[in-house]
Design a protein around this ligand. Structure first.
Ligand code: UD1
Ligand code: CA
Length: 458
């Protein structure tokens, strides 16, 4: 078995982005560009994956965590110099090394795999992933000899007029014989327009030694899009969005208006889900069969059960059961866990709360730090008073309890199973199971008061 490695170049500052955020951390469909690349590479089950970091090294490492190993490029002396930083880990190892850039977020594992297969089949020492560009400006151009063989890559800034007319471009992704790569890198110089050690120069070095150089051309230009500025970033966003939405539609999700629907790359769906316009679904969210999302809902990192409807609402980091109704205009905040057949209606905010099956808070409530059993009815205007300015406290509402409208439940407090709380109560002591608790002042009616009051004024 051939050993397989990858080096991801992610040390550049990305001056052309004009941003405080390092280039490779700019998100496309909610995920940083470099993470797209690393995630695709990881699907190839490589023996080593190394990211070269420099500018914003710590932030990049925080983002990628243990998805990668890291080497630091202290000074950004060029892409060839960047790959050399992985020498301590890789040099002298037998195998095949993919080099990819952290700014080509649309690369797919299929293309990477095909390029690697092509590389192994042709017995080449280097294979370049190329593409045909309508407008090749800014990319390195593939220069082929009379026999059609790849000879070298010339950068835009070093290219003659004739060379600039070439539309076959270097996508910045390659496959190399690992040992040959590190040997050739020692011979790369920085004698060029940018004074940098170019990785593409390895091609000419190998070619002049009589080694076989191969090119593998992608049919889909989007895969080669290198994002150097925010114009390209918006193009990447659009292409990625379309790719993601079309994949889900082909797999049985109805997306009513794909141009106005934003689904993150790691979201998964069951069958017959409908997503209405203006919705954003991201993180590792999973939406089960027959759910209806939107219009205008924002769901991050949630599990949404079968047949659940979430209209004009926001939900984050929570589990939402089957046949739940959320919204319109509800807010499910992190760490909530809603059972099946729950209803969270208009203007209800739920935070870190558990709702058992069939429980309802239909209007205008705040339920935070709460443990709500099943079959509970929470009346309009109920508030769990969970915070004293220093600490948060738990409200427990047991199965089948009924909380009357406009009640305050001052935590820590428990309303027992099947108990009633009268409307307008402020409850600061536990309510026993099956009891009725009334905690409001008694009503007094003063007969004839209005007439007397009117007469006085006259
Ligand atoms: C590079 C290629 C070009 C190709 C294009 C594809 C070179 C010299 N040119 O150009 O042929 O068509 O990509 O998108 O390789 N980086 C480092 N350390 C450095 C310099 C760069 O880690 O010292 C990283 C950057 O963070 C980036 C990647 O390498 O992720 C590519 O660098 P960039 O400056 O964007 O190269 P391009 O000019 O786009
Ligand atoms: Ca680039």
């Amino acid at each position: 078995m051939t050993q397989k490695y990858a080096v991801v170049l992610a040390a550049g500052q990305g001056t052309r982005m004009k941003s405080k955020l390092y280039k490779v951390l700019h998100p496309v469909c909610g995920k940083p560009m470099v993470e797209h690349v690393v995630d695709q590479l990881n699907k190839l089950e490589l023996d080593e994956l190394i990211s070269v970091v420099g500018f914003g090294a710590e932030k990049v490492q925080d983002q990628l965590g243990d998805k990668s190993q890291y080497v630091v490029q202290k000074e950004q002396l060029g892409t060839g110099h960047a790959v050399q930083q992985a020498e301590d880990i890789l040099a002298n190892k037998e195998g095949v090394t993919i080099v990819a850039c952290g700014d080509t977020p649309l690369l797919t594992k299929e293309t990477l795999q095909n390029m690697m297969n092509h590389h192994i089949e042709t017995g080449a020492k280097a294979t370049i992933l190329t593409a045909h560009a309508e407008d090749p400006t800014g990319y390195g151009r593939i220069i082929r000899g009379g026999n059609g063989q790849v000879e070298r890559i010339v950068e835009q800034k070093d290219a003659s007029e004739d060379e600039q007319a070439v539309q076959e471009i270097n996508t910045g992704t390659y496959c190399f014989d690992n040992k040959e790569l590190f040997e050739s890198l020692q011979n790369v110089s920085n004698d060029n327009a940018q004074g940098e050690y170019y990785l593409p120069d390895v091609i000419q070095i190998l070619q002049s030694q009589g080694e076989v150089i191969s090119a593998y051309q992608t049919t889909d230009f989007s895969e080669s899009l290198g994002v150097n500025d925010r114009v390209a970033l918006s193009k990447a966003e659009k292409m990625m969005k379309q790719r993601i939405n079309e994949t889900h539609m082909r797999n049985g999700v109805s997306i009513i208006d794909p141009d106005n629907t934003y689904i993150g790359p790691d979201v998964t769906f069951g069958q017959d889900v409908t997503v209405y316009p203006g919705s954003i679904v991201d993180g590792d969210s999973h939406i089960e069969d027959d759910a209806i999302i939107g219009p205008h809902s924002n769901i991050t990192q949630c599990n949404v059960g079968e047949g659940t409807v979430i209209k004009q609402s926001v939900a984050a980091n929570s589990r939402i059961g089957a046949r739940v109704q959320v919204g319109p205009f509800a807010h499910i905040r992190p760490d909530s866990d809603l059972g099946n057949d729950v209803k969270i209606g208009n203007f209800v905010e739920v935070k870190k709360a558990e709702f058992g099956d069939g429980s309802k808070a239909s209007h205008l409530s705040y339920i935070g730090d709460a443990n709500v059993g099943s079959g509970v009815n929470i009346g309009c205007g109920t508030i769990t008073v969970n915070y004293d300015g220093h600490n948060k406290f738990l409200t427990t509402i047991e199965d089948d309890a009924f909380i009357g409208c406009n009640s305050n439940l001052v935590a820590p407090v428990t309303v027992g199973k099947g108990a009633y709380v009268a409307a307008g109560s402020t409850i600061n002591q536990d309510v026993p199971a099956e009891a009725l608790s009334i905690a409001r002042s008694r009503q007094t009616n003063k007969e004839g008061y209005a007439t007397k009051f009117q007469n006085k004024k006259d």
